[in-house]
Design a protein around this ligand. Structure first.
Ligand code: GLU
Length: 301
């Protein structure tokens, strides 16, 4: 099997101790499998992107010895591909326009649970049967229609290489999710699925905070007739308040004057021993140690 892995940062800031863990893990996994490693700049949510952060991220990766094997792609240049994917789903009748505001969704089901990561209410399916005179705002995937047409079970199950067996009822726990947002921007779920396929990504290695997106992405892959990569979600680095490290709780950009120190901290979060000396040697040692690092099962190509 051909292995292609990726690191897909959003240029909303620079690399910090948390994001370097995902970058290093994805690079090591690719190297340990003799595979390719590519970088994709996920600048689809333009209002949150910081000008110049993309180039700065790429420089930070290069200083850490993490050099992509193929061309870097920018999601902001992939509008056409996302449009074609949405059209394919429209043609199947598997998406519908939604006229609900966030308030409408919250008011429709005041008791509805919030999705932990995004604090979004489960979408109750209000516009599935029609807009009812409201102007169209976003496009949503009709999860039940896809599952019925493709004979997929209500419970989506998958295996995470670190977290083990996972499951979610997307229609119940998330609802029909957005593919194109009310502001016209493409949603992360659609962009990531289209681009993982376009870049032939066989193995996704990313932070554990993204794990709950996986079942939505699997359903979307099936709806678009794309294959599903293997998933491994890496441990999160926690900030001073015990939450995932972010700019809000103390994540500072990596100190580029001492890249080995930054890499050692990331390696430690992955259960790898600290190294002294040069970066190339450290990366080579960690590549050899990687199969034992997270007690991952043996790799069988
Ligand atoms: N762009 C996402 C982030 O920086 C990562 C997406 C992914 O790896 O699937 O959080």
């Amino acid at each position: 099997m051909v292995y292609t892995g990726r690191f897909a940062p959003s240029p909303t800031g620079l690399l910090h101790a948390g994001s370097l863990v995902a970058a290093l893990a994805s690079w090591l996994d690719a190297r340990a499998h003799g595979g390719q490693w590519v970088v994709r700049i996920e600048d689809v949510d333009t209002p949150r992107c910081i000008e110049g952060a993309d180039q700065a991220l790429l420089r930070q990766l290069a200083i850490c010895g993490l050099l992509p094997d193929g061309p870097v792609i920018w999601q902001s240049q992939r509008q056409l591909a996302y449009g074609l994917a949405l059209q394919k789903l429209i043609d199947q009748g598997w998406v519908y326009p939604c006229g609900c505001s966030r308030k409408d969704i919250e008011n429709a089901q005041p008791q509805t649970p919030l999705l932990a990561r995004h604090a979004l209410a489960v979408y109750p399916g209000t516009c599935r049967a029609g807009l009812n005179g409201k102007p169209a705002r976003a496009w949503r995937l009709n999860v039940q229609a896809v599952q019925a047409a493709l004979q997929l079970p209500e419970l989506t199950t998958w295996h995470d290489r670190r977290l083990g067996p996972q499951q979610q009822k997307v229609a119940v726990d998330v609802g029909d999710f957005v593919l194109r947002r009310a502001d016209g921007l493409w949603a992360y779920q659609l962009a990531v699925v289209v681009d993982d396929a376009a870049q032939n990504i066989s193995h996704v290695v990313r932070g554990e905070d993204l794990a709950d997106n996986t079942p939505r992405q699997i359903i979307l892959q099936k709806a678009l007739g794309l294959s599903t990569p293997t998933y491994l979600h890496t441990p999160l680095v926690l900030g001073s308040n015990g939450e995932k490290l972010s700019k809000q709780n103390g994540a500072t950009p990596l100190d580029l004057s001492d890249p080995l120190a930054a890499l050692n901290a990331a390696a430690q979060a992955l259960g790898l021993p600290a190294q002294s000396g040069d970066i190339a040697t450290a990366l080579a040692v960690w590549t050899r140690a990687w199969p034992q690092a997270l007690a991952l099962p043996a790799y069988n190509p």
